[in-house]
Design a protein around this ligand. Structure first.
Ligand SMILES: Cc1cc2nc3c(=O)[nH]c(=O)nc-3n(C[C@H](O)[C@H](O)[C@H](O)COP(=O)(O)O)c2cc1C
Length: 350
């Protein structure tokens, strides 16, 4: 029998015993682990805030219109994508998943699964060279359809990793600037640091690949990314894994998109679990979203086929959400589809 998302998640639940409960709602409320693991850092508030910030927005249902066919396609970093949902950078199988799958398996599942679904995935970096190596190997195997995200290391080191990304044929390259204090790097004695606009400009000038800065949570940082010549930002708090008590990304995305959306490509992640969540992020100003934990679960339970199935399920769900809000293509999605009403916490599952 072909694997289904249900059987894939069941398998992942067994494999992730003690690390992640594979909850029906992945909202950070019951995570048995933080960082390392699958949860958020500290109290887990930043992870939970991502989910509650998205839930605080509601959408206006529109069913009397002529938008009968939904086109989810877009161009991003020179690539044609089937839908605006990308795999997030998820790495560190040895520490986060206690080695229950290999680093190469994890990276291949994200990159090949996303490429097979007609999208793209990011890959991660960490203290062990095997993380970056696995990501670059998977990207090369996918004909370059992937984006390695480098830690905010010393500038020279970043540039040499960018050279390796270029050799692998990557379509873009990222730096997760919110990892400037990541404990697993600092504990391993590896330098990570906040970057100045001048440093970003130097790195951007060193490559012809689009440079993405991941981990932007304020208008000031978004403007600094523009000033430094970045091609894109990801409004992200690292899935709540970098700093405790940050707002949810859906709460800060509108002001960031309003400030820089016409100067730079704005992407977003954090707590995206359904097609309606994708629709909300796009309506709040993101051009596309990244999904982390649900794809990690799919990768562990079903490899590349699992990632592909999960991405396609999200895309199908987005198509329905677009149809029921009167959107024919991504250009139709704007703030007009959103209704902000007071979230009734008692009636909400969150
Ligand atoms: C286990 C795990 C490992 C991660 N590793 C990285 C990484 O190496 N680099 C990076 O930029 N982000 C990393 N992230 C953050 C994700 O790229 C993404 O920002 C986050 O997971 C999005 O939130 P979501 O999981 O709620 O969808 C990781 C997240 C998890 C859960």
């Amino acid at each position: 029998m072909p694997a289904t998302l249900v059987s894939i998640r069941e398998r992942a639940r067994v494999l992730l015993d003690g690390i992640c409960h594979v909850c029906p709602a992945c909202d950070g409320r019951r995570c048995p682990t933080g960082v390392p693991g699958m949860g958020g850092t500290g109290t887990g508030a930043s992870f939970r805030n991502n989910v509650t910030a998205l839930a605080a927005w509601q959408v206006n249902m529109r069913v009397l219109h002529d938008r009968k066919d939904q086109d989810l396609g877009l161009r991003l970093f020179g690539q044609k994508l089937a839908f605006p949902i990308l795999g997030a950078a998820v790495a560190g199988a040895r520490v986060n998943f206690q080695g229950r799958l290999g680093e190469e398996e994890l990276a291949r599942a994200f990159v090949l699964g996303a490429a097979e679904a007609g999208s793209l995935s990011l890959t991660g970096d960490g203290p062990l060279p095997e993380l970056m190596d696995a990501g670059l190997k998977a990207i090369k195997a996918a004909g370059g359809r992937g984006i390695p995200v480098i830690k905010p290391r010393e500038d020279g080191e970043i540039v040499s990793l960018i050279r390796r990304a270029e050799d692998a044929g990557a379509v873009a390259v990222g730096i997760d600037v919110d990892a400037a204090g990541l404990v697993n790097m600092t504990r391993a004695g590896q330098l990570v640091e906040p970057k100045t606009v001048e440093q970003i400009a130097g790195i951007a000038a060193a490559t012809s690949l689009p440079l993405i800065l991941k981990g932007i949570m304020t208008v000031a940082d978004a403007e600094a990314a523009v000033a430094g010549g970045a091609a894109a930002i990801v409004v992200s708090n690292h899935g709540g894994r970098a700093l405790d008590h940050t707002p949810g990304t859906a709460a800060v995305l509108p002001e960031i998109a309003a400030a820089v959306g016409d100067k730079i490509t704005v992407l977003a992640d954090g707590g995206v679990r359904s097609g309606v969540d994708v629709l909300k992020m796009l309506a709040l100003g993101a051009r596309a979203v990244l999904v982390g934990r649900p794809l990690a679960i799919a990768a562990i339970g079903g490899g590349a086929a699992g990632v592909r199935l999960q991405l396609e399920a999200l895309a199908d769900d987005l198509a329905v959400a677009m149809r029921l809000t009167g959107c024919g293509d991504l250009g139709d999605i704007g703030p007009g589809i959103l209704a902000r009403t007071k979230l009734n916490m008692q009636n909400s599952k969150i």
